[in-house]
Design a protein around this ligand. Structure first.
Ligand code: ATP
Ligand code: MG
Length: 645
């Protein structure tokens, strides 16, 4: 782990919404008096009926309720309440896949009108409060209308990333019994089109409960519409009113179901509710990103993921923010795209994932340095441990050492950020998720459940509930209890490994399943990967264990090189020596495989479980690969592996 700490810059310590003393004071109150603390935070929202019961939660037996007698509507909080004073304010700038395509700018007033129409169309298709609607749309403005329309009429949305296969889509439709699916003719990503409507058609024989498919026209591709089932959005929208009342919802009514990334296996349909979720993320958006009125906020996450739900959509809108929504990918038409968008809209806070940062770092600095980025005040990352080398690059090259980086650790199940530095309160340690957010009580335990105090490394648990916590797994509450609350009774188990250093800062070391045990030494995959990424020829690395006669587990390394470098035996030797020197002989890789690409989930996380199988020569039994971004990567790795040995 990198030993460096960047102290809070003086202007941040002075001007940030939360400074170090305020953090200490507020954190203490949040854990000692959660009722008082969260009752106050709930005032950020407009309630139809203010809650009088704040926290009613238990992890043994499992029962989680926040603000249970409160009533509100999430869409009202994201749109209607801003209309009176800020109807003309831009809710979001929509940036298309290619810079030459026309973009859109949507004000709060326009958002209101379109969401109302969308809601009325859904009603005309028979959608009622309490139903589930599957949304399989690309990153176009209509996906926000669709999600907010569901929230407006009290239906839970289930957004399925628009890149999943027909099988993966059908599985998710069936799991939550949706009768309505919303899609587009096609999506666009990185200059390519994705045949969304065709995928829906192919999913239909396996999703027999679907009665209506609502289709948004995006690229104008020639598609087939099935009579009686398929409905064009623009035709239906023309025939409905542009006003729709908000449905009063109980704080504990479901807002959405979202399937996890599937990094570790079968995805889980995580259920989030209304009042606690919105209170928490509304607050986190202010506290973590130091979002102030007038700032332009850009979270690059797709709406198919929790980061997109919380920080591309619900949190910024509920704060009346102006944000950016981007259809495309970081490296199309070239690796300057992100930075050009930042300049175009004068983005102040930018939030992305380590996978994008590593890829852009691999492409070379000139793509960044030729842009201005002077509007940037703060940078953020989420989704995977960020290697210190990639952190430093983000800090130096992208942020010009001026922008604090918030490395936010959280999960689909947690709804909002759980561990993160606050820019005015915490010194930054490259690679550390640092400190608990308000109300979060982290604890490290060993495999037998013994509590670890002080500087230690172990399994990360959370001791008490927070408002944005998931309430259940859709249709399988027992799986919810078994997955999160049974390993360590009475505690929420995150399945992530974590280290707490001498200063009390938290470092995520990787998933517990990925931890290596080499000759009795436990090692996080993140640590070895970070050492490799610190080598100037390496852009990405993934580390897994494989059975080793002497050591128990050997270290198997997959390495992606920076643009312009070729694999060679000399480089192999160099990398082994490098890791030895960086961490110690115990971490010396036993086998290194050069990999032009790594298998990743659709949200860009490395799927180590597949790499483990390949390292173990178990090519036939790779498990569920439906959430892989590009399944052909696996074939190439297997080929490569077979040719090597
Ligand atoms: P599944 O639960 O289906 O295996 P998943 O865990 O990848 O999928 P998500 O909920 O999208 O699904 O991801 C949460 C996980 O991502 C965390 O448990 C952690 O392993 C990793 N993660 C997220 N943010 C960070 C971060 N800032 N630092 C380190 N790891 C992170
Ligand atoms: Mg997970």
């Amino acid at each position: 782990m990198s030993g460096k700490t960047y102290p809070v810059p003086a202007d941040w310590a002075k001007n940030a919404l939360i400074d170090a003393d305020t953090y200490e004071e507020m954190y203490a109150r949040s854990v000692n008096d959660p009722d008082g603390f969260w009752a106050e935070q709930a005032k950020r929202l407009d309630w139809i009926k203010e809650p009088t019961i704040i926290k009613n939660t238990s992890f043994d037996p499992v029962s989680i309720k926040w603000f249970e007698d409160g009533e509100l509507n999430v869409a009202y909080n994201c749109i209607d309440r801003h209309l009176k004073d800020s109807g003309d304010r831009v809710a979001f700038h929509w940036e298309p896949d290619h810079p030459d395509q026309p973009g859109q700018t949507i004000t709060y007033t326009q958002l209101h009108e379109r969401v109302c129409r969308f809601a009325n169309v859904l009603k005309s298709l028979g959608v009622k409060k309490g139903d589930r609607v599957t949304i399989y749309l690309p990153m176009i403005p209509e996906i926000t209308y669709a999600m907010l329309a569901c929230a407006r009429i009290g239906a839970a949305h289930s957004v399925v990333f628009a890149g999943f296969s027909p099988e993966a889509l059908a599985g998710r439709i069936n799991d939550c019994d949706s009768t309505v699916v919303i899609t587009a003719d096609e999506g666009r990503r990185g200059g390519k089109t994705v045949p969304l409507k065709k995928n829906v058609d192919d999913a239909m024989p396996h999703a027999l409960g679907v009665e209506k498919v609502l289709v948004v026209e995006h690229t104008g591709a020639d598609i087939t519409m099935k009579g009686g089932r398929d409905v064009w959005w623009h035709e239906a929208a023309a025939g409905v009113d542009d006003f729709c009342e908000c449905e009063p919802m109980n704080a504990e009514d479901p807002l959405f179901i979202l399937y996890t990334s599937g990094s570790t296996g079968q995805p889980k349909g995580v259920v989030h509710t209304s009042g606690g979720y919105l209170t928490y993320i509304n607050f986190a958006h202010r506290a973590v990103f130091n979002y102030e009125d007038g700032d332009i906020f850009w979270c690059g996450a797709d709406l198919g993921w929790i980061t997109g739900h919380s920080f591309t959509l619900y949190a910024p809108l509920s704060n009346g923010a102006t944000s950016v929504m981007f259809e495309g990918v970081p490296n199309f038409p070239d690796a300057s795209r992100f930075w050009q968008i930042i300049d175009k809209y004068e983005v102040n806070q930018f939030y992305t994932a380590p996978t994008a940062i590593r890829a852009l770092m691999g492409a070379g600095d000139e793509y960044v340095t030729k842009t201005s980025r002077k509007s940037l005040k703060l940078l953020g990352t989420a989704g995977e441990p960020i290697n210190p080398e990639a952190w430093e690059w983000y800090h130096k090259v992208v942020g010009e050492e001026r922008c604090p980086i918030v490395d936010t650790w959280w999960q689909t199940e947690t709804g909002g950020c759980m561990l993160t530095p606050l820019p005015g309160a915490h010194g930054l340690k490259p690679g550390a998720a640092t400190a608990p957010f308000f109300g979060i009580k982290p604890q490290l335990v060993d495999n037998d459940g013994n509590v670890l105090e002080g500087a230690a490394e172990g399994n990360l648990c959370i001791l008490d509930s927070w408002p944005a916590q998931a309430r259940t797994i859709y249709g399988d509450h027992q799986r919810f209890v078994d997955t999160y609350f049974t390993t360590y009774k009475g505690k929420y188990f995150t399945s992530d490994g974590c280290k707490r250093d001498e200063d009390g800062a938290y470092w995520i070391t990787g998933r517990v399943d990925d931890v290596l045990n080499v000759s009795g030494h436990r090692m996080g995959t993140a640590e070895v990967e970070s050492a490799l990424v610190a080598h100037d020829k390496v852009s990405e690395a993934a580390v897994v264990g494989y059975p080793h006669d002497i050591k128990g587990q050997g270290i198997y390394v997959y390495v992606t090189l920076m643009a312009g470098n070729e694999p060679s035996d000399d480089l192999l030797k160099e990398l082994r020596t490098w890791v030895r020197k960086e961490i110690g002989p115990i971490a010396t890789p036993d086998l290194i495989q050069f990999a032009p690409d790594l298998p990743k989930t659709r949200s860009g996380k490395i799927m180590r479980r597949i790499l483990r199988k390949i390292a173990e020569d178990e090519f036939s039994n790779l498990g569920d690969i439906s959430t892989l971004a590009d399944p052909s990567v696996v074939e190439k790795l297997i080929d490569n592996r077979q040719n090597r040995s």
